[in-house]
Design a binder for this molecule. Structure first.
Ligand SMILES: [Zn+2]
Length: 287
């Protein structure tokens, strides 16, 4: 069976990015736990690099751990931030320069694009810090170009030294209110997107779970605590009086099989300029 390492980015004293009362480390952990449970249910072997709210090492240290574990593939789950500016929105996938698992990245890009906006697949060179946007040939499901350089991102670089491919998944921008709530409104759809793409990549049969805790006894308790928390805290932002409870509620009663509104329709009038100016759908731009 395919062996996947799932890393929940940050943890413990390292909160990661923050936005509108949400900490990245919590969201990463929640998604990683759900993804892991679903993968196990579908027949994958899963190693959770950070199964709880503790700090398990720097990015490079995590990469070295991944290399030691020697899985078939690894993912590190994150939420993005543009330094609190809220300037950007959408998902990104960061891949190794030289190698890739395009059979994972391609379907993931498609699924993320359905949920919200997809910004780009890219890698970065360590020396020059050059950003390399990657294009996938849909026929061959390979990147049209690969780069012979050292990866900038420590977790990718160190995993590669052990011959393991690892992708960083930046699901959305936590400092962009619209992006954050679009994610929260369809969190389990993001989980399914990742699970579906992994099934595609490893020729595993994909079937949809009934709810978020399906297949994961280990997350039942945390899950229900979390649900209770969510019930008592309807997502809303105080300063403009717009409540998100309405769009959030269906997700609580029926986690799957329900498509909530996308970014543009949840925020038709609040962020029109933002949608126009900073959000672009894939393919976005060439670097
Ligand atoms: Zn992060």
């Amino acid at each position: 069976m395919p062996h996947i390492v799932v890393d929940a980015g940050h943890g413990g004293h390292d909160s990661g990015a923050q936005g509108f009362g949400h900490k990245e480390k919590d969201i990463n952990l929640r998604v990683a736990q759900k993804v892991s449970a679903r993968l196990r249910k579908l027949g994958f072997q899963v190693t959770e690099l950070r199964p709880d709210d503790t700090f398990v090492g720097s990015a490079s240290e995590r990469g070295r751990k991944v290399a030691e574990i020697q899985p078939d593939f690894a993912i590190s789950i994150h939420a993005n931030s543009s330094g609190g500016t809220g300037k950007f929105a959408g998902a990104e996938i960061i891949v190794p320069l030289a190698k890739s698992v395009a059979r994972f990245e391609y379907p993931l890009r498609e699924k993320f694009a359905e949920l919200n906006n997809f910004r780009m697949i890219f890698s970065k060179e360590s020396k020059t810090q050059n950003l390399r946007e990657r294009e996938i040939n849909p026929e061959t499901l390979r990147f049209t170009r690969t780069y012979d350089a050292i990866d900038y991102y420590g977790i990718i670089r160190e995993a590669r030294k052990g011959g393991v491919n690892l992708d960083i998944i930046e699901m959305f921008y936590i400092d962009n209110e619209g992006d954050l709530y679009t994610f929260l409104n369809q969190e389990d759809e993001y989980v399914e997107a990742i699970v579906y793409a992994l099934c595609q990549a490893f020729d595993m049969k994909y079937s949809r779970g009934r709810n978020a805790s399906d297949g994961g006894e280990s997350i039942d308790i945390k899950q229900s605590q979390h649900e209770a928390q969510r019930s008592s805290f309807p997502y809303s932002h105080g300063n403009n009086g717009v409540t998100h409870l309405q769009s959030y509620q269906p997700l609580m009663s029926s986690s799957y099989g329900y498509r909530t509104s996308s970014y543009a329709s949840v925020y038709p009038s609040i962020y029109p300029a933002l949608v126009q100016s900073t959000v672009h759908r894939y393919p976005s731009r060439r670097i």
